[in-house]
Design a binder for this molecule. Structure first.
Ligand code: 4NP
Length: 144
């Protein structure tokens, strides 16, 4: 099973989700990407690296990349953080099979808030939301 997490910059939400799920389930293949090209090649935001570290997760070695159409072929599940990510990913889908791979981390109309322009507490909130989301993803895989 190959899972791709997607957010806007690939420096806050999706790299954290990648780190959390990798720790919960080392046997899954997991990656993350951003819909934008803003931060290509950059490590995660230092505030998110620190939040992850507080939960014993090391995301400091990750590097941002942009989501590409080929990701629809390679990954089984594409997990987006918010409605804008959903629109930007779906826009690149070539068929229904691609579209059906795209799911929300929480739910439609329930975005994982973008912590980038906010305060430090926003990063911990994102951790809590994504930890629960990752557990639910694991449950859904195990029930198949
Ligand atoms: P992310 O957060 O999508 O969770 O990685 C953001 C990071 C950077 C920007 C926006 C959101 N930015 O505008 O540069």
């Amino acid at each position: 099973m190959k899972i791709l997490f997607v957010c806007l910059g690939n420096i806050c939400r999706s790299p954290l989700a990648e780190g959390i799920l990798r720790k919960l389930s080392p046997e899954l293949e997991i990656d993350s990407a951003g819909t934008s090209n803003f931060h290509i090649g950059s490590p995660p935001d230092h505030r998110m690296i620190e939040t992850a570290r507080q939960h014993d997760i090391d995301i400091s070695e990750l590097a941002a990349r942009q989501f590409v159409t080929k990701d629809f072929e390679y990954f089984d599940k594409i997990v987006v953080m918010d409605a804008a990510n959903y629109r930007n990913v779906i826009r690149l889908a070539q068929d229904e099979d691609h579209k059906n791979k795209v799911v929300f981390a929480l739910a439609e109309n329930n975005d994982v808030p973008d912590p980038y322009f906010g305060g430090k507490e926003g990063f911990e909130t994102v951790y809590q939301l994504l930890y629960n989301a990752c557990q639910q993803i694991l449950d859904s895989i195990e029930k198949r």
